[in-house]
Design a protein around this ligand. Structure first.
Ligand SMILES: NC(=O)c1ccc[n+]([C@@H]2O[C@H](COP(=O)([O-])OP(=O)(O)OC[C@H]3O[C@@H](n4cnc5c(N)ncnc54)[C@H](O)[C@@H]3O)[C@@H](O)[C@H]2O)c1
Length: 318
């Protein structure tokens, strides 16, 4: 008997929508049935790329017209909440981009709606589906007592050259705190557990509409482990992301998403070679398992709510 192919409806045909179209093209269990974007040009172009899928400028029409098993929601953050509620009302499985929402209250409502709908709900935190994470987990016992975790996110240019959308530059839903820090907040959660924001100083430019240009924050992990965040945008230094765990017996750092470095006592951390996998394919595989009622390794909306709480505290305690 042939296996079921799941029909996906993509809402938002921007940078991430395009990446998902590529991933689905390489996955045997999925097919892009339809694409919706408020820009007709983008919707049409993406539908063509996806092998002449149907296209819509109104996602509600897409949801009503088409047979869709599963929605991938990749619109800017302030649109996640209203669209997700419509998707969940129709009891479609939902993969939502990070951050889950634009506020903690919205995120909580989305979680409640997903649970009430009884569908598979998942989020796209690429590092969780990347081979780097198990490599990091395997090395934690070699680090001794963890003294501190330092999260550094520096950007020469914000928004980054490959993601030039106006919403990313605005204070309402953009900025690197909402756009990039969720990945590292989630990574910390996946490695150690819950995080609590103790202090956060956010640096804003004079333009009241423009997003932050800096953040210096102090958080605590479980058992009070100190976690610092050092974020800057608009500096001379090229983009540099460094997630570093300092232990008494070893240091582990993840540089620019995938470059892992490890060093024992007194050593300079050295690169660790890791075969990288196709993260989106891995995520899609896990969703198939969950839709089939099997055990699956997914980041669900409940974790998205925890990450949202940290973001809200980082932004709100300015
Ligand atoms: N997981 C990751 O690694 C990762 C990386 C980048 C972005 N993201 C997230 O993905 C989401 C999308 O980011 P992006 O970079 O693709 O943005 P983008 O600006 O490139 O694309 C967003 C698209 O959504 C469309 N859109 C806006 N409002 C809409 C609506 N109401 N209905 C339908 N379409 C609408 C826009 O026209 C645009 O084509 C954001 O939440 C972002 O934070 C995740």
């Amino acid at each position: 008997m042939s296996e079921k192919t799941y029909k996906v409806g993509i809402i938002g045909a921007g940078v991430m929508g395009d990446r998902m179209i590529q991933a689905i093209a390489n996955h045997s269990r999925y097919q892009v049935a339809a694409i919706s974007d408020i820009s007709e040009e983008r919707a049409k172009e993406a539908a063509k790329q996806a092998g002449d899928a149907a296209w819509y400028t109104d996602y509600q029409e897409m949801l009503d017209d088409m047979h869709i098993d599963h929605v991938y929601l990749a619109v800017p953050p302030k649109h996640h909440h209203p669209i997700a509620l419509e998707v969940l009302k129709r009891k479609k499985h939902l993969l939502c981009e990070k951050p889950l929402a634009n506020s903690l209250a919205e995120a909580q409502e989305m979680l409640e709606a997903a649970e009430a709908a009884g569908v598979v709900h998942a989020m796209h935190f690429p590092m969780y589906y990347q081979t780097v994470l198990p490599q990091m987990i395997a090395r934690l016992p070699e680090l001794g007592t963890i003294r501190r975790i330092d999260i550094l996110t520096h950007f020469h240019q914000w928004p980054r050259p490959w993601q030039q959308a106006a919403w990313l530059a605005g204070r309402e839903q953009g900025g690197f705190i909402r756009e990039v820090l969720p990945h590292f907040v989630h990574l910390t959660y996946a490695l150690f557990g819950d995080l609590q924001v103790i202090r956060s100083d956010v640096d804003y430019p004079a333009d009241p509409e423009a997003c932050e240009i800096g953040v210096a924050a102090y958080l605590q992990g479980p058992d009070g482990t100190p976690v610092t965040i050092n974020g800057l945008a608009g500096i001379a230094h090229q983009e540099h992301l460094d997630y570093r765990i300092y232990g008494t017996k070893g240091t582990l750092s993840l540089v620019n998403w995938t470059n892992l470095h490890f060093g024992k006592e007194g050593e300079v951390p050295q690169p660790v070679t890791i075969p990288l996998n196709e993260r989106l394919i891995q995520l899609l595989d896990e969703i198939v398992k969950k839709m089939n009622g099997e055990e699956a390794r997914l980041v669900t909306f409940d974790t998205g709510v925890k990450v949202q709480k940290v973001l809200e505290d980082l932004l709100g305690k300015a």
